[in-house]
Design a protein around this ligand. Structure first.
Ligand SMILES: [Zn+2]
Length: 374
């Protein structure tokens, strides 16, 4: 069984009309999932409850939760920045977003199942601070809940941005292996996620980062993924997997500079699902994440759900939904599969050289800690 978490309350998480994180991507995704016929006896929608304060406090400090509740800008807590402005209702909206992933994790403790919360994946939030559009770190909250039943949780983050908040929260924890593949922090927010960030104390070796060269596309992204992720499954033997499936790696994304296509995205999600089935009894908690081209996000997340169901992504979009999308957004959505993007030969050489160096360094860093892994 796959549980899909959705409520219209998610749409209140809205930083305003000029902000790239437009909540309409969630309602459009939900509608596409429905119109594509993916809701049946194998995939049920559940309406999550907002997170309660004691649940938030597993990860966040009471002082920070209080600061969010006050709904006043306070940069000491990351509230009121250009990226993460304060809006009326930010506290309740943030609790709703966190509640989706917390409820999904609770469900996965009760029964062997998979779950998908497209509104989740707010991976930049820290225990004491909002950052990068993220107020409460639902991914870390869900992992903390899953730890009540499971002693090895693998977090896989394929968003274009480094999953810095989740990494930091579990940096010293050997029960949570965090893996993030992202556009290098040399070029992109949050400026972290380098190979030498490998964990600390008892968690040394349990943070794995693959920073990708600017403009890298499907071939390089999937090569790097394949060089690292299957080995992590084999070594860590996760009991459950939490995957942040941000789609801002897409070539059309306005905030990033990678060249991944929907084909590449679908291939990566397929591998996560396959490996989770093989090693972790199919216990996958999928979360949304970034993705700032509205034409891409609903297709990507609907495809992700199809893959979780063991199906191929649909190669056509339902006409009623396309009409709805065009009326609301003003342009046309992208369907799967999309075009392949091929940068010039010199760029390809630069990407290949930079990536080879990164993978070599990653292997060196981790071979000193646990030679059998990478
Ligand atoms: Zn992102």
């Amino acid at each position: 069984m796959i549980y899909l978490y959705y409520t219209d309350r998610f749409l209140k998480y809205n930083f305003g009309p000029e902000h790239p994180l437009n909540p309409i991507r969630l309602s459009l995704s939900n509608k596409l999932i429905e119109d594509s016929g993916l809701l049946d006896e194998r995939t049920r929608v559940l309406r999550p409850d907002p997170a309660a304060e004691e649940e938030l406090s597993i990860v966040h400090t009471l002082e920070y939760i209080e600061a969010v509740r006050e709904e006043a800008p306070d940069l000491a807590f990351g509230l009121g920045s250009e990226d993460t402005p304060v809006f009326p209702g930010i506290f309740d909206a943030s609790c709703s977003m966190a509640g989706g992933s917390i409820d999904a994790a609770k469900k996965m403790i009760e029964e062997d199942c998979a779950a998908f919360n497209p509104a989740g994946g707010l991976h930049h939030a820290f225990p004491t601070m909002a950052a990068g559009f993220c107020v409460f770190n639902d991914a870390a909250l869900a992992i903390s809940v899953l730890k009540r039943r499971f002693s090895r949780v693998l977090y896989i983050d394929i968003d274009a941005h480094h999953g810095d908040g989740v990494q930091q929260i579990f940096y010293q924890d050997p029960e949570v292996l965090t893996f993030s593949i992202h556009e290098s922090g040399k070029y992109l927010f949050p400026g972290t996620g380098f190979v030498d960030e490998a964990g600390a104390g008892p968690g040394l070796g349990y943070s794995v980062n693959v920073p990708m060269p600017m403009n890298a596309g499907d071939r390089d992204f999937l090569l790097a993924f394949e060089m690292v992720v299957p080995k992590l499954f084999g070594w860590f033997r996760p009991e459950v997997v939490v995957a942040q499936l941000g789609v801002d790696t897409h070539y059309s994304d306005p905030l990033t500079s990678l060249n991944v296509t929907l084909r590449g995205y679908v291939a990566a999600v397929s591998r996560i699902v396959e490996l989770t089935n093989e090693h972790a009894k199919g216990r996958l908690l999928a979360l949304g994440g970034g993705g700032y081209n509205l034409a891409v996000v609903p297709t990507a997340w609907t495809s992700a759900l199809a893959i979780m169901r063991g199906e191929l992504p649909a190669e056509y979009l339902p006409p009623y939904w396309v009409e709805l999308f065009s009326n609301v957004v003003g342009y046309v959505p992208l369907s799967y599969p999309d075009l392949e993007v091929s940068p010039g030969i010199e760029t390809q050489k630069r990407i290949a050289a930079e990536l080879a160096e990164t993978l070599k360094n990653l292997s060196q860093v981790h071979s000193k800690i646990h030679p059998e892994v990478l």
